[in-house]
Design a protein around this ligand. Structure first.
Ligand code: SF4
Length: 567
C-alpha cells in the first residue's frame, strides 16, 4: 500500500485473478482502498497487541495501532469481509486473550497466526537478534498452531504440499512445478514463493514480462539448485522431515545457506510427529464399502461407542487405493467464503455450488443444523455440526451423521461406475442375487427367508458396481427390517423384480425397455443429479444387456428358494 498505484494494482488483480490474498498491517488503508477491498479475495489484517502501547512496541512504529484501528474502521464502514490475524510473540503473549477479544470485536472473523519468525533477508545482525528474541517456545507455538492432520494428509496425497517434498535432488523443483501461484514484491520483483528473497531467484518484471518469467525464468530454476551434502546428511535424512516446516528458503533466511537445519524448528517437528500419531489413533477410522475406503476424521475422539455396531463389519485398518475423506467439526465455518449459486432447495436441504465447492445446508424448522462443504468431486467433505458440541454416542447410524450416508455415497459411486439400488442382496449358493422393489415389496421377507441359507449383504440397499469382469453387488450398512449386513461382495448372477403372489415362480424378462423401466425408479439418486444421470444411464443400459432378469412371484412358504436354486 506504500505504492501510489496500489489501488490500480488491487483493481486489476481483483478483476483478473481467481484468488489472491492481501496481507496488511492495516495502517495505510484509505476509504478508496477499503472500497476496492470489498471485492472478492482474502484480506488479512495483522494485530500485534491489544493496546497501542504493546502493538506499537512490537511494530516499533509509534501510532501504528491507531492507524490500524482507523484502517479497520474504513473496512467496517464499507462492510469488507476481512480476517484479523492475531500474531502472538514473546512481548505480547501476556495479552493474547485480550488480543483475541479485540479481534473478535473488530471482525467476526479472526485467526491466531503463529508466526514462524523468519529472519530478515538483510542479514542485519541486530535486527535478527530482535526477531529471535520474539520467538515463542516450541510448546507454545505448537499449542497455538495445532495441525489440521486430515488437511495436511490431503495436501500430501495430492502432491500440493510442495514445501514438504523431500524425494528430489533439486531444491525448488516441487515449488516451481507444482505451484500455480506467485509473489510480486513492491518493487516489481516476481518469485515463485514469498519467502524467496535472494535477488538471483527473483525476476524483474519491469525489465521483462510476466510470460517470460512464468514460461522461461521459473522453469530454468528447477534444475539449477541441487541440495548439498549438508542437507543430504542432515534434514534430507531426518525422520522428522515430513513434520517439519524447514525449506531451503527458511534455511537461507536463517543461516544464509540453503542446506542447513534450523534448530528452532526441530522440537516443533517432534511435537507435531507425536501429536499426529496420537491424533490418528484417536480421531480417525477407516471403513470400506464397495471398494471405496471412507476415512472418517473427527475433532472429537472417535470412541467405539460412536458408530453403531454394524459399521465394525466394514471397518478396515488402512486406507485403500481409492479413498474419500470425511471430517467432522464441531464449530462454524465461514459460510461467506463458500456460498454461491443455489442449485437445490427442498427442505431440510439447501445446496450451493461455488468455485468447485458444494455446500450443503441442513436446517430444522428453527435453525441451521449442519453445514457440509464438499470438494468438486465429493471425495472430501468437512461437516460442521452446529447442533452439537460432541460426537453422539451410539446414535451414529451413518458415518456422515446425516440422516443417511447415501447423500454422500450416491454421488461418489457414479464416478466409479456404480449406484445404489433399492434392493435386498444376498450370496446364495455362491451367486450374487438381487431382489428389487420399493418398500413393502418383500425385500426384508426375502432376507428373512434366506437367513441361514444365504449370506445377507443387506435387505434394503445394495451397491451395484461394474468391473472389467462384470457387475458385482456389494453389501451396505443401510438396512431395513433385517439388521444383518455384510461388507462382502459377489458377481451379480440374477436380478429379481419382486411380486407377492400365491405361487412361487420366476418369469424371465428379456425386454430391455421393461428392465430399464423397472430398474430406474429403484436407483437411489443424490440431491443434485443432472450430471449424475449421464453417468448412470449407460450403466443401467449395460446391466440390462449382461445380467439375467426375472419377475419373481413368491409367497411366504419359502418354496421360492427351490426356484432360485435352479438358476
Ligand atoms: S530442521 Fe530439524 S527437524 Fe527439521 S528436518 Fe532439519 S533436522 Fe529435521
Amino acid at each position: 500500500m506504500l505504492r501510489p498505484d496500489f489501488p490500480d494494482i488491487i483493481d486489476y488483480i481483483s478483476r483478473n485473478s481467481s484468488s489472491y490474498t492481501v496481507n496488511t498491517n492495516g495502517t495505510l488503508i484509505t476509504p478508496k482502498i477499503a472500497k476496492l477491498m470489498k471485492r472478492k479475495g482474502v484480506k488479512l489484517v495483522s494485530l500485534y497487541g491489544a493496546t497501542a502501547e504493546v502493538h506499537d512496541h512490537i511494530t516499533r512504529s509509534p501510532g501504528s495501532f491507531d492507524a490500524l484501528m482507523r484502517g479497520i474502521a474504513y473496512l467496517r464502514e464499507d462492510r469488507v469481509w476481512f480476517t484479523v490475524q492475531v500474531i502472538p510473540l514473546k512481548d505480547n503473549y501476556g495479552q493474547l486473550k485480550d488480543m483475541v477479544k479485540l479481534a473478535k470485536s473488530l471482525s467476526g472473523n479472526y485467526r491466531i497466526g503463529v508466526n514462524w519468525l523468519y529472519l530478515s533477508a538483510s542479514r542485519n545482525a541486530q535486527r535478527n537478534t530482535q526477531i529471535k528474541s520474539q520467538r515463542l517456545s516450541a510448546e507454545v507455538v505448537f499449542s497455538l498452531n495445532t495441525p489440521d492432520i486430515s488437511y495436511n494428509d490431503w495436501l500430501l496425497s495430492t502432491g500440493q504440499d510442495s514445501c514438504r517434498k523431500k524425494d528430489d535432488e533439486f531444491m525448488f523443483s516441487g515449488c516451481v512445478r507444482e505451484s500455480n501461484s506467485f509473489h510480486v514484491d513492491a518493487y516489481g520483483k516476481m518469485s515463485f514463493c514469498y519467502f524467496i528473497k535472494i535477488p538471483k531467484l527473483r525476476y524483474d518484471l519491469i525489465g521483462g514480462s510476466f510470460r517470460r518469467c512464468w514460461e522461461e525464468f521459473f522453469p530454468s530454476l528447477v534444475v539449477k539448485f541441487r541440495f548439498g551434502r549438508k542437507y543430504k546428511n542432515g534434514c534430507g535424512v531426518c525422520q522428522l522431515r515430513q513434520y517439519c516446516q524447514i525449506c531451503p528458503a527458511y534455511a537461507y533466511l536463517e543461516h544464509g545457506d540453503f542446506n542447513s537445519k534450523v534448530d528452532y524448528l526441530c522440537p516443533i517437528a517432534r511435537k507435531k510427529r507425536d501429536f499426529e500419531r496420537r491424533w490418528k489413533k484417536e480421531h480417525r477410522r477407516y471403513y470400506n464399502i464397495a471398494g471405496v475406503t471412507i476415512e472418517v476424521n473427527s475433532d472429537e475422539p472417535i470412541s467405539d461407542s460412536v458408530f453403531e455396531a454394524k459399521f465394525r463389519k466394514f471397518e478396515v485398518n488402512d486406507p485403500g487405493d481409492d479413498m474419500i475423506s470425511i471430517h467432522h467439526h464441531f464449530s462454524s465455518p465461514n459460510l461467506m467464503e463458500y456460498l454461491g449459486r443455489e442449485c437445490y432447495n427442498i427442505p431440510p436441504w439447501k445446496i450451493y455450488e461455488n468455485n468447485g465447492f458444494w455446500v450443503y445446508l441442513e436446517s430444522d424448522s428453527k435453525r441451521l443444523c449442519k453445514v457440509a462443504v464438499f470438494n468438486h468431486d465429493h471425495t472430501r467433505v468437512r461437516i460442521y455440526h452446529l447442533d452439537s458440541n460432541v460426537l453422539p454416542k451410539m446414535s451414529g447410524h451413518s458415518l456422515t451423521l446425516f440422516p443417511t450416508d447415501q447423500i454422500l455415497i450416491a454421488r461418489i459411486l457414479a464416478d466409479r461406475e456404480a449406484f445404489y439400488l433399492h434392493s435386498c442382496g444376498v450370496i446364495f449358493e455362491g451367486k450374487g442375487m438381487l431382489f428389487v422393489g420399493h418398500s413393502g415389496s418383500g425385500k426384508s421377507t426375502m432376507a428373512s427367508m434366506l437367513k441361514g441359507e444365504a449370506e445377507i449383504l443387506c435387505d434394503d440397499r445394495i451397491i451395484v458396481r461394474r468391473y472389467r469382469a462384470g457387475f458385482r453387488i456389494h453389501g451396505t450398512w443401510s438396512h431395513g427390517d433385517v439388521a444383518e449386513v455384510s461388507a462382502n461382495s459377489s458377481g451379480l448372477a440374477a436380478v429379481m423384480f419382486l411380486r407377492k403372489a400365491k405361487r412361487n415362480r420366476l418369469i424371465p424378462v428379456k425386454d430391455r425397455k421393461q428392465i430399464i423401466g423397472r430398474m430406474l425408479p429403484c436407483i437411489i439418486r443424490p440431491f443434485v443429479c443432472r450430471d449424475w444421470w449421464g453417468k448412470i444411464l449407460p450403466l443401467v443400459d449395460a446391466i440390462s444387456e449382461n445380467v439375467d432378469f426375472y419377475v419373481m412371484e413368491f409367497d411366504k412358504s419359502g418354496k421360492i428358494l427351490d426356484e432360485l436354486r435352479k438358476l
